[in-house]
Design a protein around this ligand. Structure first.
Ligand code: MN
Length: 197
């Protein structure tokens, strides 16, 4: 995995984002979901693997409803240090807009049967286009899958599995965004009251 693409897209003298350096995997694998209000609002879903964050842009955000198959476009790997990034990417820079952490925590790679597997096995599943993982976040809990759509290597679907954390109710990640994040969304959610869990 390489961070060359990440670095080449950014001018670090002009954006507060961290420059990309590979990190060493130590202990638990982490994940982060960042709400990114750029030219289009989307959620960036990132899983630590191989010293970087594998990343997908999810236009509608993640869902805890297994009926939702959320489009997830694979984007360039991001550095592990990006998981802590929140703030404004100045106009004229790649991804210009506002970034907030929506959820973060650890995850375990799992197989078809829900058994925990190694990061190496998980990498192989990733290359084969189908991964499953168990999330331990504030909003995202339980088992999920990311499945490549085969039409191209970038188009994936993010799907919640049926388990005790799944819901049958409509799920809108915007309902769980911080109030300060919603202030950056012109119009649509400006006056919306954020639900407390
Ligand atoms: Mn983004």
């Amino acid at each position: 995995m390489s961070l060359e693409k990440y670095n080449s897209k950014r001018n670090f003298s002009d954006t507060p984002e961290p420059s990309g350096k590979k990190a060493i995997d130590k202990g638990k694998l982490t994940f982060v979901v960042q709400r990114h209000h750029a030219s289009h609002l989307h959620y960036d879903f990132r899983l630590e693997l191989g010293g970087a964050l594998k990343s997908w842009a999810v236009p509608k955000g993640p869902s805890l409803n297994p009926k939702d198959k959320r489009l997830a476009m694979m984007v360039e790997d991001h550095p592990i240090s990006y998981a802590g990034f929140e703030g404004d990417i100045p106009a004229g820079n790649y991804g210009a807009g506002h970034v907030d952490v929506w959820d973060h925590g650890t995850y375990e790679p799992i197989d078809e049967d829900g058994g925990v597997i190694t990061a190496k096995q998980f990498s192989q599943h990733l290359h084969a286009g189908s991964i499953k993982f168990r999330m331990h976040g504030k909003h995202l809990k339980g088992d999920f899958a990311l499945v490549n759509m085969k039409k191209d290597e970038k188009t994936w679907l993010l799907i919640k599995h049926h388990d005790k954390y799944a819901t049958e109710e409509p799920y809108n990640s915007e309902d769980y965004a911080k109030k300060s994040s919603l202030a950056y969304t012109a119009g649509r959610n400006k006056d919306k009251v954020v639900k407390k869990k």
